[in-house]
Ligand binder design. Structure first.
Ligand code: PLP
Length: 348
């Protein structure tokens, strides 16, 4: 279907900075208690990442801005949290049979790394179009990579078939309660390190991250504003929220490649959670994403991928609005092609 115009931020009507009703906290198949349990389970497997202040960004927006460095996780991205939590909740029988997933990006790395550390067999399906470096990176983490199908959808269909015929457990990148709870542990770390937090900027693709973070934050401090940021080019969650139901969007290239892909027309958790728990959604142009990456490199000495730069991009573009006295920006990953990155930051 045609996308509505994506030029404005969309204020999600139900919970603009207000307490969300208790049903929203428990009614989606994941509860704040699940996030607490994940937090305990993940100790020793994932890093409690630091928050570093950015005086320059703080001056720009009048709020005390801190960057949470998920780039420091073992695979260079936060997705290791959800992957470990999912794998650690497999039954003994499921562990023995192994897991399967479809991804070319950080989710594949996360599942491969967690499976390797836990001694679980991992199969990753990718389409035959995948770039060699992505194939190599996942293989280097010990996963078996199956090149199958001519596009991501065909690879996904093949993974479902293999899961059925070979008994692998399919690990969703975002629409799974254990994955959402794992990503939500970022919210608990924010509460611990910044108890007086007023707002958080969160990159959004399938919505597992923002669903988990919003659940953890709203359960403890409902007035904290949770703001999602995506790219204008193919923002599946944003468009779905505007349409009131999960919709398919055309996939187009973006600097924020980790934010591409759909939310699933049969989405079970993250669409409703984002709708009911998130305060605002913002979308950025490619230039605004690039500006975020450049700023983070030049002024904060951080190498981040496009997906991770959207929070800072939103502040620089003046799209984030008033963020209160203290706000956190999630730098979600650093897995960027370094040739592309170098060209981008040197302007050549
Ligand atoms: C996956 C990913 C996101 C978005 O997470 P979702 O749970 O899919 O919304 C953001 N940043 C990076 C670097 C990612 O890999």
């Amino acid at each position: 279907m045609a996308s509505p115009t994506l030029t404005r931020s969309v204020a999600l009507p139900r919970h603009r900075g207000t307490a969300c009703d208790s049903q929203a906290l428990v009614g989606h198949g994941v509860t704040p208690l699940d996030v607490r349990a994940a937090h305990a389970r993940l100790a020793g497997y994932v890093r409690h990442t630091p928050m570093v202040p950015s005086p320059l960004l703080s001056r720009r927006c009048g709020s005390r801005v801190e960057l949470k460095l998920e780039t420091l996780q073992d695979i260079g991205a936060f997705k290791i949290r959800g992957a470990f939590n999912r794998l650690l909740t497999l039954s003994a029988e499921e562990r023995k049979r192994g897991v399967i997933t479809v991804s070319t990006g950080n989710h594949a790395l996360a599942v491969a790394a967690a499976a390797e550390q836990l001694g679980i067999r991992a199969v990753v399906c990718m389409s035959t179009l995948v770039a060699q470096n992505k194939f190599d990176a996942v293989r280097a983490r010990g996963a078996e990579v199956h090149l199958i199908g001519r596009c991501q959808d065909e690879a996904a269909a093949a993974a479902v078939r293999l899961a059925e015929t070979r008994g692998f457990t399919l690990i969703s990148p975002f629409d799974d309660p254990a994955v959402i709870a794992g990503q939500g542990t970022i919210g608990l770390e924010l509460l611990e390190d910044a108890p007086d937090l007023d707002a958080v900027l969160v990159p959004v693709s399938g919505g597992g991250l923002i669903s988990g973070v919003a659940l953890a934050l709203k359960a403890a401090r409902p007035h904290i504003r949770v703001i999602g940021v995506s790219m204008e080019n193919g923002a599946a969650m944003y468009t779905s929220l505007l349409c009131g139901q999960p919709v398919r969007v055309e996939e187009v290239g973006s600097l924020a490649d980790s934010l591409g892909g759909g939310i699933g027309l049969d989405n079970r958790h993250t669409f409703a959670m984002t709708r009911d728990l998130v305060d605002d959604m913002i979308v950025l142009s490619e230039d605004e994403i690039a500006a975020g990456m450049r700023f983070l490199f030049r002024h904060e000495r951080q190498v981040v991928e496009g997906a991770a730069a959207v929070g800072v991009g939103a502040i620089l573009a003046g799209k984030a609005g008033w963020l209160g006295r203290r706000c956190a920006v999630l730098l979600t990953g650093r897995n960027v092609d370094m040739d592309l990155f170098t060209r981008l930051v040197t302007g050549t």
